[in-house]
Design a protein around this ligand. Sequence first.
Ligand code: ATP
Ligand code: MG
Length: 277
Amino acid sequence: MSVTWTAVQRQRLRELNAPAEHENMTFPDSGERDRAFQKLEKFLVNRGKKRLAELRETRRRPALCELESKLVDALTGQGFVQVVTPTIISKGQLAKMTITDEHPLFSQVFWVDDKKCLRPMLAPNLYALWQELVRLWEKPIRIFEIGSCFRKESQGAHHLNEFTMLNLTELGTPLEQRHRRLKELAAIVMEVAGIGNYELVTEKSVVYGDTVDVIAGIELGSGAMGPHPLDDKWGIVDPWVGIGFGLERLLMVREGGQNIQRMAKSITYLDGVRLNI
Ligand code: ATP
Ligand code: MG
């Protein structure tokens, strides 16, 4: 007979971001297990305190903010223009994305009142900007936004109600270069994020344009391309590519963590460190 962590111990180890190899440890009896737990917890608490000290003394910015800054530098360096658009959007804007009653995402939307909601994605605002910019700028038009998005989720280890999306887009990509370009854009982001081990998974769709997911164990980003059936509503006729990434997921994978909460905007964690230590 052997025993594993109690539910309470397991929960605490997850909060403290114990390395994955400790998750399924077994012990000959509960006494030995509890001693091992105390030792491991002490180590993890000290590690957290060190990281908090380092945050205060040298780095001064949480990983989420640092990643955002590095992405801004890399993308503006590659000719992309940063945009900032409202977090509150209208029901009409969602409907234009075909997110209405029947759409799976509709039930995940947080409503502010009967006509306004917290955006679950950046795409509707970026489409609206494209519609104006095609008149004003030569193509290709390269814009990106980094900002909060909101979805009611059944709170798994990879889902937050409030998360930070990066959506980078290029309007006017030559048709035959779209796949290559998506691959390049993914590579820029993954390099900045410090994740070398990932794959691109393409789903062919004649009707909707191919989609390309960026996967590293879990989904980190989803890419799409146009012409797309939605384009018409914003008067978009040129081919395009775009990818949306979750920044907290990028950090979670880079740091080898098991819980996305610690990388989120939070009052229980600071820079990935649980504060009740
Ligand atoms: P999933 O299938 O994992 O729920 P999705 O396909 O619904 O994700 P997209 O709409 O493709 O998500 O959003 C683009 C990216 O935003 C995702 O690849 C992911 O990195 C991130 N993301 C989406 N929903 C969440 C969430 N609730 N919490 C954290 N990150 C998220
Ligand atoms: Mg996706």
